[in-house]
Design a protein around this ligand. Sequence first.
Ligand SMILES: Nc1nc2c(ncn2[C@@H]2O[C@H](COP(=O)(O)OP(=O)(O)OP(=O)(O)O)[C@@H](O)[C@H]2O)c(=O)[nH]1
Ligand SMILES: [Mg+2]
Length: 453
Amino acid sequence: MLEKLSSALKKTTDKIANAVFLDKNLVDSVVKDLQRALIEADVNVPLVFEITNKIKKEAFDERIKGIEKKEHIVKLLHDELVRIIGKRKEIVLGKKNVFLFVGLYGSGKTTTIGKIASYYSKRGKRVCAVGLDVHRAAASEQLKQVCDKAGVKCFIEKGEKNPLKIWKKHKKEIEESDIVFVDSSGRDALDKELVREISLIVKEVKPTESFLVIAADIGQTAKKQAEMFRDVANVSGVVITRMDSSAKAGGALTACAEVGVGVAFIGTGEKIGDLETFEPEGFLSRLLGMGDLKALMEKIHSVVDKKEIEKQQKKLEEGKFTLRDLQSQLDSMGELGSMDKILGMIPGLGNVKDKIGDGVLETQQEKVKRWKHCINSMTPEEIENPEILEKQTSRIQRIAHGSGCSTSDVRMLIKQWKMLNEMIKEQNSLTEGKMDQKTMMKLARKFGKKIRI
Ligand SMILES: Nc1nc2c(ncn2[C@@H]2O[C@H](COP(=O)(O)OP(=O)(O)OP(=O)(O)O)[C@@H](O)[C@H]2O)c(=O)[nH]1
Ligand SMILES: [Mg+2]
């Protein structure tokens, strides 16, 4: 996500941190780098100059000296960037909630509904979706498919051209949900017809939140769209999609901030799990390469259900961690998205990603897949007590044969499981089973060194 901006910002902060003196040459070069990086990320030019002028001014403020000055400037850069990337839209759920999604053609409304509905469903809410996009022929079928994938109830009426009729027809069933997700039609532009349709829908469904869905690749144009939709649909928050694939995301983010609408979520890919709640601070920490533990934890919590977490937590506290537990961890890793996305979120491992060459992460994912096959070929007894495998070559051979892996794959899996077990025991003795941020950081560092998947 915004790789270019991220590496440029990292370079800038490194340049400041590593400098012996903050002399004029250095400040000039930092400011130039910064301007280039932000403008390339499509941030509005006057805004870029506002920030860089502030930095220049502070850098030449004689009252602040030495290290303090460096810290001061990095902090200033951080604060300014947080300010321009905008505010988070806090969603407060009521007893009954209706979330309406509006936006232009192909901005990602339908896909996003699947993602957010799944997000809330995993947190124990009763959710359903209603397809009120009556213009595109395949729209309702697409919503149904997305909802099926997310395991979410979906009400559609193929062929019905009046969105209000669809709503009225299913009103009773809809009312059983805590949160209703309403999909609406897109258009090439916010024309009179769309305004009329949205107004009618708003009047009928009475949304508690109206989300404007915009694609990051429209860059600064987001400002105009946000302004228009804000007035028509009473937009209360924004979802920015395609943050994974757009270099212009800086423009979209800062444009929303300018209009004053908070960003609730960002879409980072096409899969159901490719969604993050937007946290300006965390987002920026990641851009600057400081890692963002909070986002990672959020993701983990959304993938593994609560009961499962409690069960695993208990097992961890007791120092028991079987291959079955490893298997469910591996499963959730698969759902979390690719390894490199996860690495980027773990403090201390963010730059590991840059150090290991292309292709290495894919190989790791391949390995994870093979391990899952290995575990599937084991007997329940072997899964619960992997130690029994260590001395029995014939068992290892059988598993390798059954899973299409090599015996060294099986051995490696057992070795890694042992190592994880050791780590967990060590951590339990350190923390009496509690995971706080500091221990997590420690483990992450250790994890980076020791565990080779
Ligand atoms: N890379 C990437 N693709 C996305 C993301 N969100 C949506 N898409 C893709 O964008 C395309 C359009 O998404 P839809 O959900 O159909 O958009 P829509 O706003 O419902 O479109 P209309 O109903 O035609 O107005 C699809 O191919 C999605 O897979 C994202 O966060 N990242
Ligand atoms: Mg759609």
